[in-house]
Structures are given as structure tokens and as C-alpha cells.
Write a protein that binds this ligand. Structure first.
Ligand code: HEC
Length: 135
């Protein structure tokens, strides 16, 4: 038991070190602060956040997983006000605002989904360079 455990733990330690190096080299900042932020939410806020996070999978292809878009045709949603985001979604859904790609996306959302998505994206950190938001 003990003999088998030693090489395994060495391997685990080795991969842990690799993982730490990799995460430090990639993008540790937003993830760390995101964790902190989630930990600071109240229970109802966390539920809303998780609802939004789940729904946001269907937005990821265009707006990015965390609402940071990698293409100028698709606006970034990260860190924008929840009111603005939910107003835009409600306008697409109601037809006051029309777009061939966005209208069908919004049509499938109920009020709770819109609230949750707006909340989720409002709490995402904008791209690193824009982290110091003026407003
Ligand atoms: C197939 C690509 C696509 C998908 C999927 C998609 N969107 Fe969009 N979205 C767009 C495009 C393109 C625009 C810009 C449309 C316009 O100019 O009116 C947009 C605009 C928006 C806006 C308005 C932003 C602004 O600057 O006014 C919001 C909010 C938004 N999308 C939220 C979402 C959410 C939430 C989802 C997932 C439920 C989603 N989108 C899924 C392509 C997409």
C-alpha cells in the first residue's frame, strides 16, 4: 500500500507543479478574482449567477465563454451593467431591436433567464486591458 502510494504521490506532486506553472503562465488574475467574487455572493445571488452561467453556454460561441468576444462583430458582454444587458435582450425578444442572429437567441429566453444572464455577464471581468472601468 505504502510502496504504491509513494510513486503516485510523487507523480501527483509533479503534475501539481506543472499545473501551477501552466496556470500562472496563462491567466491567473481573472480566475482568482472571479473565485473571490463568487465566494462573496449571497445564496440567492449565487443561484442567479449559476443559472446565468448555465444559460450562457449557448452564448459562448459568439460572445465568448466569459462574455469577452474575440470578434468585433460580436459585442463583448463582460462587466456591462445588468440593466443594459437585460434591456437589450428584452428588446430583441420583443422585436423592438432586430438582428438575424440575436433575435432567435433572445426568443428562447424567459424573464428569469434574461435576469440571470444579465447578472452573470455583468459580473464577468472585462478584458484585462479594460479592467479599470471608468464608469
Ligand atoms: C450566433 C451568434 C450569437 C449568439 C449565439 C448570441 N449572440 Fe448576442 N449578439 C450577437 C450579435 C451579432 C450581436 C450584435 C447585434 C446587433 O448589432 O444588434 C449580439 C448582441 C447582443 C447583445 C446586445 C449587446 C449590445 O452591445 O447592445 C446582448 C445583450 C447579447 N447579444 C446577449 C446574448 C446572450 C445572453 C446570448 C446567449 C443567450 C447571446 N447573445 C447569443 C450574436 C450572438
Amino acid at each position: 500500500m505504502k510502496k504504491a502510494f509513494v510513486p503516485a504521490s510523487r507523480f501527483t506532486l509533479f503534475s501539481a507543479v506543472i499545473a501551477i506553472c501552466l496556470s500562472a503562465c496563462t491567466d491567473p488574475g481573472p480566475d482568482a478574482s472571479q473565485q473571490q467574487l463568487i465566494a462573496s455572493l449571497t445564496e440567492p445571488e449565487r443561484k442567479l449567477f449559476e443559472h446565468g452561467q448555465l444559460k450562457a453556454y449557448s452564448c459562448a460561441a459568439c460572445h465568448g465563454r466569459n462574455g469577452i468576444s474575440s470578434h468585433p462583430n460580436y459585442p463583448s458582454l463582460a462587466g456591462r451593467s445588468a440593466n443594459e444587458l437585460s434591456a437589450a435582450l428584452t428588446a430583441y425578444r420583443g422585436g423592438e431591436r432586430k438582428h438575424a442572429l440575436m433575435t432567435p437567441q433572445a426568443r428562447g429566453l424567459n424573464d428569469a433567464d434574461i435576469n440571470a444572464l444579465a447578472y452573470y455577464f455583468s459580473l464577468q471581468l472585462p478584458a484585462a486591458s479594460a479592467a479599470t472601468q471608468a464608469d
